[in-house]
Design a protein around this ligand. Structure first.
Ligand SMILES: *[C@@H]1O[C@H](CO)[C@@H](O)[C@H](O)[C@H]1NC(C)=O
Ligand SMILES: *[C@@H]1O[C@H](CO)[C@@H](O)[C@H](O)[C@H]1NC(C)=O
Ligand SMILES: *[C@@H]1O[C@H](CO)[C@@H](O)[C@H](O)[C@H]1NC(C)=O
Ligand SMILES: *[C@@H]1O[C@H](CO)[C@@H](O)[C@H](O)[C@H]1NC(C)=O
Ligand SMILES: [Zn+2]
Length: 599
């Protein structure tokens, strides 16, 4: 059957289009506002970033950099400093200073380490695998293992289950509510209970069974040790220790633990987000901290790089349909041949990477230029110049792109043709062929912009081969030879996340807490850590939490070298010493947020 064409197509013979008429006045008004805004913005940027420049504006006090911190009753002072990437000094709890110091001692003990190893091992021994094709909770019995994990958690942390209110959301989502004594906005620590499945044919390659939770004296082995049971267990250990010391919070603390982060996140964080928004309200949390980037040693200086934003996501399925028939009388191009041409055009037109002054990768670059001891001197100068000089910005962009393929992913939308399907028999013309292009959308772009890019790119090809193009639910062009459909493959389109503000408030508390934890660690010999914002090129459960707070951070308090072989691979193992170090961080963070006057 020939693919149908839209009535509109038949009438006009061309693509439906929107015509917008704007009056000259409204355009003028718009142009003026844009001009004024740009000028104000330019002055603000200049004002923020210049430190010793000779421009008069630079001598005015930079209020948002030096004002006592909004949200911090005690203001951490600027330590190692730079106007482009200010670093707060370590923020130690003051109201609960004694408690914090007592816990530091306890966390350094062998007893504490052994207990942490035991509880992480117990959690890892429950194979809470998350599958891409999992059915809904209640229908698919593969979710049942999460009930076992809940039993293990309850047995490991009886004090928490006795003292906090535990709510199960969509059966296996866990919310712990620790009521504060004041009406200050609550905050959320998040993690996920699920793990990526272990592929059966790789089990032999594991040094220790993937669900053994075995401790060999240095490493704890098993799927989930790194991602993400170590975060979950370390948060619970911090809370359990605080409870044991008789701490009761001023600010309500919520723990939110999803159970399908490794597949779509909808059953877990999707439901949890809805529950939290209904129970507490929109924008009702002071901040949220979830799993994310790690500590890395760069040229002898340790950096922590909490992510303040995440790229967007879109899987575009391209489906070609043409008439079938016997392949003894073939047309010049079958569905498969046509599909190949579409794929070739997509691959030959990659998205342009772009370093924008307002984007997170630019902030990260400025921070590295300011604090990385091995940063190439010429690049450092270039980065500095790029703050105000457009030509330098372009050169910097090209230099970064040439230096590391990772920059292509950070600065632009990426695309990868990951799936292809078509044809059933050697002597039958394929009636249908399809491919899926996976996209990670740049922070400065959007789902709509990407869809329009694909439409603009593929329309000429559809016309050339007389194919009707239907893109994301709209009829774009008509054609008699067949049809090409562009669609959101599994309905998982995701906009790039909002960008969490840095500077005062939650960011400063996170930065100060990381420093306090790090610098008070016996293992780190009082060494320093630089804390800089980053863009996450993958997605986490935080994609569901945007409505709850503007202050979302993605950070896991361990080193990249605390992971034996990374995550999602064989031989996932976590360094036991990193358990106490992480608990130290969560404890200081909880105490600091608790005693802050964050709105
Ligand atoms: C596109 O064309 C088809 C076939 O004529 C029609 O059924 C459908 O309603 C049209 N869709 C839109 C969005 O115009
Ligand atoms: C548990 O919930 C009850 C009723 O809502 C509340 O009064 C109590 O303070 C909560 N306890 C904790 C520890 O959050
Ligand atoms: C800290 O110092 C001790 C003793 O000098 C040393 O053995 C250890 O490796 C140092 N640790 C770090 C992280 O530098
Ligand atoms: C956030 O709020 C918007 C508007 O109320 C709603 O449409 C959306 O579903 C919410 N997002 C999530 C993840 O709950
Ligand atoms: Zn994870």
């Amino acid at each position: 059957m020939a693919p149908a064409q839209s009535d509109l197509c038949r009438l006009t013979g061309k693509a439906p289009r929107n015509h917008q008429h704007e009056s000259v006045w409204s355009r003028l008004l718009l142009a003026c506002s844009v001009l004024i805004c740009s000028l104000v913005f330019f002055l603000l940027v200049l004002y923020t970033f210049c430190d010793s420049a000779s421009l008069p504006i630079c001598h005015l006090p930079r209020l948002w950099l030096t004002r006592p911190c909004n949200g911090l009753s005690k203001s951490p002072s600027l330590g190692v400093n730079s106007a482009t990437c200010p670093q707060w000094t370590a923020l130690h709890p003051t109201k609960h200073r004694g408690l914090s110091e007592d816990l530091d001692v306890s966390y350094s003990s062998e007893d504490f380490k052994q207990r942490a190893i035991q509880v992480l091992g117990d959690a890892v021994r429950v194979p809470t695998e998350s599958y891409d094709d999992n059915g809904p909770v209640g229908e698919d019995s593969r979710w049942d293992t999460f009930a076992e994990l809940h039993r293990v958690l309850e047995a490991s942390f009886p004090r928490i289950y006795e003292s906090l209110n535990v709510t199960r959301v969509n059966t296996y989502g866990l919310v712990f509510h620790w009521q504060g004594s004041t009406s200050a906005k609550p905050y959320i620590l998040a993690a996920h209970q699920d793990v990526v499945p272990v592929e059966a044919q790789t089990v032999d390659e594991w040094k220790h069974d993937p669900y053994s939770g075995y401790y060999d004296g240095t490493w704890i082995w098993g799927r989930g040790t790194c991602d993400d049971k170590s975060d979950l267990i370390r948060q619970l250990l911090a809370i359990d220790s605080l409870l044991q010391q008789g701490f009761s919070p001023a600010r309500t603390l919520i723990l939110s633990y999803g159970f399908d982060e490794e597949s779509k996140g909808i059953e877990g964080a999707g439901h949890l987000a809805r529950y939290l928004e209904e129970a507490y309200g929109r924008d009702s949390f002071a901040l949220l901290l979830d799993e994310g980037s790690l500590y890395t040693d760069m040229g002898g200086t340790v950096f922590a790089t909490p992510s303040i934003s995440e790229k967007g996501y879109l899987d575009v399925e391209i489906t070609l349909s043409t008439l079938g028939g016997h392949s003894s009388v073939p047309p010049s191009h079958t569905s498969i041949g046509l599909l190949s041409r579409f794929i070739a055009v997509v691959e030959d037109s990659p998205h342009q990477a772009s370093l924008s002054r307002t984007g997170t990768p630019f902030a990260t670059t400025q921070c590295l230029a300011a604090h990385h001891p091995m940063y190439p001197e010429d690049l450092r100068k270039l980065a500095r110049k790029a703050l105000t000089d457009d030509a330098a910005l372009k050169v910097l962009q090209e230099r970064l792109l040439a230096s590391d393929p990772l920059y292509k992913a950070m600065l632009g939308t990426t695309q990868a043709v990951d799936l292809i399907e078509g044809g059933v028999k050697v002597n039958a013309l394929p009636e249908r062929a399809s491919a899926v292009v996976n996209h990670r959308i740049a922070e400065h772009s959007s789902v709509g912009e990407l869809q329009q890019h694909m439409i603009d790119l593929l329309t000429p090809l559809a016309i050339k081969y007389d194919l009707a193009l239907v893109a994301f639910g709209s009829n774009v062009t008509c054609g008699g030879a067949g049809q090409v459909v562009l669609s959101d493959f599994l309905g998982t389109a995701l906009e790039p996340s909002p960008v969490t503000p840095t500077g005062h408030g939650p960011w400063a508390i996170l930065q100060g807490s990381i420093k306090a934890a790090f610098e008070s660690s016996p293992a780190r010999n009082n060494s320093k850590v630089v804390v800089i914002p980053s863009l996450s090129i993958g997605n986490t459960d935080t994609q569901f939490y945007w409505n709850l707070t503007k202050h979302i951070f993605r950070f896991s308090p361990s080193f990249d070298t605390d992971r034996f072989n990374g995550e999602h691979t064989i031989n996932e193992a976590f360094r036991a010493d990193s358990l106490s170090e992480g608990v130290r961080f969560y404890t200081k963070f909880i105490l600091n947020v608790d005693e802050s006057d964050l709105p």
